[in-house]
Design a protein around this ligand. Structure first.
Ligand SMILES: Nc1ncnc2c1ncn2[C@@H]1O[C@H](COP(=O)(O)OP(=O)(O)OP(=O)(O)O)[C@@H](O)[C@H]1O
Length: 263
């Protein structure tokens, strides 16, 4: 039986060493509260994905612990639908329509098919794809594929959404549109989101809090509360406070990486 603590994610003095030599994370300590949108910001290879994957039960800490709602992530994945993951690649099945791609995880879970279809259509409407239910992935743009991937994650009504550089492969305009849409969804669906990026602007635009990481071995070097109002419009990027946060995050990023190994 899983517990339901309000502390959503807890990293406690986590070390992660691969193949007995690559230290991906060292003494990583962080608590994420319900309703936060936290970005892991750090240079390439600093262990952002490794940290995120551990929250999804993909990989164990070498030392220390990772908990989700007070439970081991693997237990959460096995017993609940509270955690969903969105990767950089949309990972859609080409032979299934948009609707059927979103339905897939619900089908695997079993239950009322009519309810599943209703929920799949609801989330596809939310990401602006209600006119594409019968389309196939090959007929979609990169941004639309990512919207399907997000809808598929939302269909299970997760309490915690994990996103690993989901917009990195998209052009700037599409990326900005999806960032706005994500914030809108986050507010409507009452979720906690953990988002990996190495883009400072993206981190400031999306976050309630930024966790800045140093280059390998990845450590948490600073936490920055982003006190900018929601809903955030694209025009906020020209606001002086936005620029100050970008400067602050860039400075923390640089100072945390002086003399460290950049991969
Ligand atoms: N399964 C693995 N086996 C061995 N080494 C790994 C494995 N997964 C990751 N690593 C190493 O751990 C380090 C951290 O990788 P990780 O992918 O977490 O970094 P990242 O910050 O997400 O990088 P990027 O922004 O480039 O995606 C890297 O040096 C990587 O090569």
């Amino acid at each position: 039986m899983v517990k339901t603590e309000r502390e959503v994610v807890q990293f406690q003095q986590v070390d992660k060493v691969f193949n007995n030599e690559i230290i991906a994370l060292s003494d990583f300590d962080l608590s994420i509260r319900e309703g936060e949108l936290v970005c892991f910001l750090g240079p390439s290879g600093c262990g952002k994905s490794t940290a995120l994957r551990m929250v999804a039960g993909l990989g164990e800490a070498t030392a220390g612990s990772v908990n989700v709602f007070g439970n081991h992530p693997k237990e959460m994945i096995k017993e609940t639908n509270d955690i969903a993951f969105v990767f950089q690649d949309a990972n859609l099945l080409p032979w299934r329509t948009v609707l059927d791609n979103v339905l897939l995880p619900l089908e695997l879970r079993g239950g009322d098919k009519k309810e599943h279809k209703k929920e799949a259509i609801r989330v596809l409407e939310m990401v602006g794809l209600k006119d594409y239910l019968k389309a196939y992935p090959r007929q979609l743009s990169g941004g639309m594929k990512m919207r399907v991937s997000i809808a598929r994650a939302l269909a299970a009504k997760p309490k915690l959404l994990l996103m690993d550089e989901p917009f990195a492969a998209l052009d700037e305009i599409t990326r900005q549109t999806l960032q706005m849409e994500l914030l809108d969804i986050w507010q409507k669906e009452n979720m906690t989101i953990l988002f990996v990026t190495h883009n400072v602007y993206e981190a400031v635009f999306l976050s309630t809090r930024i966790a800045v990481m140093s280059a390998r071995p990845g450590r948490l070097t600073s936490l920055i509360d982003i006190d900018l109002p929601f809903p955030r419009q694209l025009s906020i990027r020209t606001d002086a406070r936005f620029t100050e946060y970008v400067d602050l995050a860039s400075e923390k990023l640089e100072s945390g990486n002086e003399g460290r190994e950049l991969v």
